[in-house]
Design a binder for this molecule. Structure first.
Ligand SMILES: Nc1ncnc2c1ncn2[C@@H]1O[C@H](COP(=O)(O)OP(=O)(O)OP(=O)(O)O)[C@@H](O)[C@H]1O
Length: 623
């Protein structure tokens, strides 16, 4: 077939919707009043979080807000005094002279207000970065804490993505809360002055601002609905962006002409997100127009009322000027209460998502016993263990029983999807069996503290991480020992990497991240050797190697298998492999098929047994 023949347009990305059976849009049931009631709790939550971070800064903030509020009240009252003097009787110089003390008070109050505003933004600057880091770190910690099995549940990733927005919003939380509080204080003081001038003015002003408040909350609601509808797509887009732009996949993308599809895919999903956002735009416009029109009518009524009060002598002309300033100040403060109230309400929606995810993480945190093992692990026993992944019809491991002891090398073989990696997860206590038991030294793993298991194990998983850390940290995984680099070098030597490390610009200190400035890179097989070095460095009682040599050359594979054999006396070793010749190092081989152990024995027994192992062995040599 000629190049390019028979090509058709690429399929569009699948339509993704957050909000399936695992999640619920909180706005679907929330009434307007209920949403407004949320504000005090968000404010107090913000205050508590800030208090825990920097009490002095919170006190400074509170003091500044009070100063700003008091400053506004003093300025208004002094304005009234100054106006009376200016519009009074007598020669102009005398009147100005009389107004001077009030003008001085206005100036001092203005200076205090502005200084307080500057200081409160300084205090906000002290709290916000720490608050954001706290929110971010608690999210990362929660994700790391979740039971591995729960992360496979549908909706977990989307909940996490929705929660990320809570972290983003925490950046403006203190600022919005401060501005809202300042506006409330200014509004209370200014409206107090206004009420003294005439009781009719305040209710009219309130009517002018309430529609804007309702409008702002409805606006926030629509924005959130759009955000909610886009969560699934955003999650996938973010993942795809990472894959499309990572240097690790450059070769595959280029040589398989995938660039066009990736661009199309990325653009299509972005356009889908944009389309949802644009669909919401007319609704937003209608909300803003309606609320502005209704508010505008009441505002005109307020000014008309003021004119009427002055013209009918109900307010002295000398006081009218103060009334104008008071109306303006109250209006400004009321508008800010509305704007920042809506912003806080908006934030509360995202924080609710973050809370919901943190609750989810808490509910799915390991609930195991606190027993600890005292000595090394000498026996792992599995009895009738079964495990089914969430959403799967059939179990990945179905009724498996086995016992493995210290000093033994056990090999797990079987066709793809037969359950080897899942069994390994059960043996290591990463997953807990749905049925049956797994015990270490006679203790059920559900009763043991997970750390007591994992401090005794070393695992090379099928897809191991290529950490963007130094060579040393890639071996120690951040758990150095007292003897400096002795064990690190030993592990590196055991996997035949000494020369490769020697050639790196900074030896053990070299950063293994080509994408990062100053970083170097290993080849695929060298990375796999490094992953084995990690497991050897741990000197673990349980050594699990899932396809440990799949990318290695024959010499590397030979070196590592010999090392594993040499170390096997002190530990339980489990090797998962498709290279059947490698199972020769094992004392016992288990063959898995559809989640069950169907054969077991030594290499020679199984090779001559005429079962699945013999079949696979024959296929591996039939070329
Ligand atoms: N995270 C997961 N979520 C859902 N199903 C999974 C998950 N991991 C594995 N499975 C399913 O469980 C079954 C067993 O998978 P497992 O990875 O244990 O097989 P394996 O024998 O290690 O396969 P391979 O030789 O390909 O590595 C397969 O049907 C697979 O689709």
């Amino acid at each position: 077939m000629p190049v390019g023949a028979g090509r058709v347009a690429p399929p569009p990305p699948a339509e993704l919707r957050y909000g399936g059976k695992y999640s619920k849009n909180p706005l679907e049931e929330a009434a307007f009043a209920a949403m407004v009631r949320r504000l005090p709790s968000v404010l107090s939550r913000t205050a508590r979080m800030a208090w825990a971070i920097d009490r002095q800064a919170v006190l400074l903030l509170a003091g500044c807000q009070l100063a700003v509020g008091a400053g506004a009240a003093v300025q208004l009252t002094a304005t009234a005094h100054a106006m009376r003097a200016v519009f009074g009787t007598g020669p102009v110089p005398d009147r100005l002279h009389q107004a001077l003390p009030a003008l001085l008070v206005i100036t001092v109050a203005a200076v205090i207000s502005r200084t307080a505003t500057a200081l409160s933004s300084y205090a906000d600057g002290l709290i916000t970065p720490v608050l954001t880091t706290e929110a971010d770190s608690s999210l990362v910690a929660a994700v790391c804490r979740i039971e591995a099995a729960a992360r496979a549940e549908d909706g977990c990733a989307d909940r996490q993505e929705a929660a990320e927005m809570g972290v983003v919003r925490s950046h403006v939380m203190v600022q919005d809360a401060t501005r809202l509080t300042a506006a409330v204080i200014r509004m209370v003081t200014a409206s107090g002055v206004l009420t003294v001038l005439h009781p009719l003015l305040l209710p009219l002003l309130l009517l002018a601002v309430v529609p804007a408040g309702v409008g702002a909350v409805l606006h926030a609601r629509v924005t959130y609905e759009t955000h909610y509808a886009n969560v699934g797509d955003r999650n996938v887009r973010q993942n795809l962006r990472g894959w499309a732009t990572s240097a690790k996949f450059t070769d595959e993308i280029r040589a398989n002409t995938m660039t066009g599809y990736l661009n199309f895919w990325y653009r299509t999903i972005s356009e889908r997100i944009d389309a949802r956002t644009l669909t919401a735009a007319p609704r937003m416009l209608r909300i803003v127009l309606a609320s502005s029109a209704i508010g505008g009518i009441f505002l005109v009524a307020t000014w008309a009322a003021l004119a009427w009060l002055v013209s009918t002598g109900r307010i002295e002309p000398a006081i009218a000027g103060t009334a104008v300033v008071a109306v303006q100040t109250t209006l400004g403060a009321l508008s800010q209460v509305v704007i920042y109230g809506a912003a806080m309400f908006h934030t509360s929606l995202y924080l609710a998502d973050m809370d919901s995810f943190l609750d989810y993480a808490d509910r799915h945190a390991p609930r195991r016993g606190e027993l600890t093992l005292t000595g090394p692990v000498t026996e792992i026993r599995v009895e009738e263990a079964a495990y089914r992944y969430p959403g799967k019809e059939s179990p990945a491991v179905a009724g498996v029983s086995l016992t493995v002891r210290q000093g033994e090398i056990l090999a797990l073989v079987g066709e793809n999807g037969s359950g080897k990696s899942t069994l390994v997860r059960l043996l290591a206590g990463i997953f807990l069996a749905d049925k049956g038991t797994v015990s270490w030294n006679g203790e059920d793993v559900t009763r043991l503290d997970p750390d007591t298991l994992w401090v005794r194990s070393g695992l090379v998983p099928q897809s191991f991480a290529q950490w963007p850390l130094s060579v040393r940290d890639n071996v120690t995984l951040g758990q150095p020992r007292e003897d400096g680099d002795v064990l690190v070098r030993e592990a590196i030597d055991a996997v035949g990497l000494t020369e490769a490390v020697h050639q790196l610009p900074a030896g053990l200190d070299t950063l293994l991240a080509r994408d990062v400035w100053g970083g170097s890179e290993f080849s695929g097989g060298q990375w796999q050797r490094l992953a084995c070095a990690r497991a050897l460095y741990r000197r673990a009682g349980l050594l699990i190697l899932d396809e440990p040599t799949s990318e290695m050359d024959a010499r590397g594979e030979h070196t590592i298998l010999r090392k594993i054999k040499a170390l096997s006396g002190d530990c339980i070793t489990i090797v998962v492999t498709h290279q059947l010749v490698n199972t020769k190092i094992a004392d016992r081989i288990l063959v898995m098929d559809h989640g069950r152990i169907t054969e077991q024995g030594t290499y020679d027994q199984l090779a001559a047994g005429g079962g699945l192992f013999a079949d696979l062995l024959a296929l591996s040599t039939d070329r």
